[in-house]
Design a protein around this ligand. Structure first.
Ligand code: SPV
Ligand code: MG
Length: 670
């Protein structure tokens, strides 16, 4: 595609403004002349070849264009008879350098905004810019439109006409015909008419589509009044602000295309979604927000980069008041709908508008996303993520997993509410559920090798951080090996409870014989574990059983302080009472002396307390320790009983997942 710019006219109607330079070199903004702006726009749109017809100002114009140093090859063709001929003759002079390929044709006094050029270039068929919202001009071009096609172009046609601007895309064959027509006119000596006169003779069988630019800026400058009006409009266009928000941590061509498109609408601000917001709706970001912001800052066309703290756009729309928000059309339906509605409402409050482009969901992006997830599942990346999520969110929610399948459920289960998404942050590798799944009691009977095997199964198919239920940790000499293995595997935290001897599940409380370890002995175990670990990220959490074993608050608190002094990275306080009072009392007393050590709770019995309340009281990790297993067992029992009772599977079928779904539940990796 070549651009053809007609610049051989004298621009006499501009008076003194064009005494010493051609009209196209008139300043139109603080940074551009009409010509430099057109040339820059062509370069930005990817055009690399241009033909420019010139006249008396040939030398001034060629020197000027060279001085702009743009990546554009310009062939200048001088019309030696410009004083007595019209541009039909200039085009004929340039015939030889214009004879192949599509042509983007424009007059040298035309000022248009980027989106007009994009629409013309993207039209796919021959077209001319018209405007259905501008009044018909007295003296300038109008296009007669019938049957969706332009039938005639001229200054005298008013019926069925729209205001038209000399900005065309001509497909190669259409252009070849028009050029031939121009040549025939010139051969006959008809050099004082418009080139459009030649075009008009063929518009019955040359399909020229009207491209309606509506209210967008696309105007010729003939007079000083035009100059003043169009400069004013251009200033508005150039001051227009555009906002879009990204969560991406890996950019690909579709992102760049979208950014480029948005930047052509105005001065582009990019909002970068905070780590917390990305984590809540998608996955943990590979790069922290600050690094993602830096990445966008370095993309051309991006004027400013800001943080967007929530999935909702409202806060940033109200703060930056962009004229336009750009988004993919994927949020028209689905769970993001409320966010879109809120965005439109916020824009409507001051007359901003939303521009939506088709969402590019392509294979490339899916492949990148898979790579990102693979990266997140590697031990080194996964291990440190619990600490980061903790510092990012303050309160972390954790769900039990005891197999690849339950791991996948914890990984992917999400609920969408108010345009946001809630997911679990991490997985709890419960000793109770791991043992139960193997039909064994929760008494440290399932050995570490088997427990590690479960971790491995889960890790193979998930990316979320893992908290391992280490029971008592075993004897100290064994515990140090467990720490290193867990660390190597990419587990983020082990929780060990201060019991010794034959451990039973805490929810038995004092109904069974259980022995609490001494403070000294348990501190020795913590210290040995901390000394054994190789990375700074791995966490050892000390679990206090004093309330379970009815030893009282004082005992629990003094243990908590001793364990943190021994190096515990977090404290878990457990209770089997329905009433959360003793948990709350512990948290309050502990927080009075220690504001920073993360506190962990397992609200199996005190399940009425919400995460919000725990957060408000100073808890940092809430573990749902056994709910998936407890949900599955009755469902399985019912199905088994129903089949036995009915001698067939029909009756229980409606309670079951359709087999079509179960075979697709686990997607195959490609
Ligand atoms: C587990 O899930 O195995 C636990 C928590 O240790 S509890 O069952 O409440 O003791
Ligand atoms: Mg346990």
């Amino acid at each position: 595609m070549k651009a053809l710019i007609l610049n051989s006219g004298m621009g006499r109607r501009m008076g003194v403004l064009t005494q010493s330079h051609p009209k196209c070199m008139t300043e139109i903004s603080a940074t551009d002349t009409i010509l430099s702006r057109q040339l820059r726009q062509l370069c930005d749109a990817g055009v690399t070849e241009c033909v420019m017809t010139t006249g008396d100002f040939h030398d001034v114009m060629t020197a000027y264009c060279e001085s702009l140093r743009l990546p554009l090859h310009i062939t200048f063709v001088r019309n030696p008879r410009c004083a007595e001929t019209n541009y039909i003759y200039s085009i004929d002079c340039a015939r030889e350098v214009l004879s192949d390929g599509d042509i983007l044709l424009m007059h040298g006094d035309l000022v248009f905004e980027n989106t007009v050029l994009d629409a013309v270039l993207g039209s796919g068929e021959s077209c001319m810019a018209v405007s259905s919202s501008q009044p018909l001009p007295e003296k300038d071009f109008k296009a007669v439109i019938r049957g969706g096609r332009i039938r005639e172009i001229g200054i005298h046609c008013f019926d069925d006409a729209l205001a038209a601007q000399p900005l065309y895309l001509l497909k190669a064959e259409d252009w070849r015909r028009w050029l031939q027509g121009i040549h025939e006119f010139c051969e006959r000596g008809e050099t004082g008419v418009y080139a459009e006169n030649a075009l008009n003779t063929m518009l019955d069988d040359l399909a020229l589509r009207p491209l309606d630019v509506g209210e967008q800026l696309c105007a010729e400058i003939d007079t000083a009044e035009d100059l003043a009006r169009v400069s004013g409009q251009l200033q508005q266009v150039e001051n227009r602000t555009v906002y879009m928000c990204f969560s991406a941590d890996m950019l690909h061509s579709a992102h760049f295309a979208l950014i480029r498109r948005a930047a052509r609408l105005g001065r582009l601000t990019i909002g970068v979604l905070s780590d917390e917001a990305v984590t809540s709706y998608k996955r943990y970001p590979l790069l922290p927000c600050a690094e993602r912001m830096a990445m966008f800052r370095n993309i051309s066309g991006v004027v400013r980069v800001v943080e967007q703290r929530t999935l909702s756009y409202r806060e940033n729309i109200e703060r930056y008041r962009p004229d336009i928000v750009v988004h993919g059309d994927d949020w028209v339906s689905g769970y993001q709908q409320p966010i879109r509605a809120e965005c439109i409402e916020a824009l409507n409050a001051y007359g901003g508008r939303l521009v939506e482009y088709p969402y590019a969901s392509d294979e490339k992006y899916r492949a990148l996303e898979q790579r990102a997830r693979a990266e997140l599942s590697t031990p080194d990346v996964r291990r440190g993520r619990l600490r980061r999520v903790l510092s990012m969110k303050g309160l972390v929610t954790v769900m039990e997993a005891h197999s690849g399948l339950t791991g996948l459920l914890v990984e992917h289960t999400a609920v969408h509410e108010n345009g946001g998404t809630r997911q679990f942050d991490a997985m709890w590798l419960s000793s109770l559920c791991d043992s139960t799944a193997k039909g064994k009691p929760d008494i440290e009977l399932v050995d570490m090798t088997s427990r590690f095997r479960t971790i491995d199964e889960i890790m193979e198919v998930t990316t979320k951080p893992i908290i391992f239920d280490g029971d008592t940790g075993g004897i100290t000499e064994h515990f140090v090996y467990t720490v290193r293995t867990l660390e190597r595997m990419g587990v983020s935290m082990v929780i060990i409870e201060d019991k010794t001897g034959l451990k039973k599940n805490s929810l038995f409380g004092t109904e069974v014989a259980q022995t609490q370890d001494s403070i000294e002995s348990f501190c020795r175990k913590i210290r040995a574990g901390k000394a054994a670990q190789k990375t700074r990220e791995f966490m050892i959490c000390a679990r206090i059983e004093s309330l379970i074993l009815e030893k009282g608050q004082e005992d629990a608190l003094s243990r908590a302080q001793a364990y943190t002094a021994a190096g515990a990275d977090a404290i878990m306080i457990h209770s089997r009472k329905k009433d959360p009072a003793e948990i709350f009392a512990f948290v309050e007393a502990f927080r009075a002396v220690d504001a920073v050590t993360p506190l962990v709770v397992v609200p199996t019995s005190f399940n009425q307390v919400t995460e919000e309340e725990f957060r408000a009281r100073g808890v940092n990790i809430v573990i749902y320790a056994n709910q998936l297993t407890r949900a599955a067992v009755p469902a399985m029992q019912e199905a088994a009983q129903s089949i036995l009772a009915h001698h067939r599977a029909l009756e229980c079928d409606r309670e079951l997942m359709p087999f079509r779904e179960i075979i697709r539940l686990i997607p195959e990796e490609d």
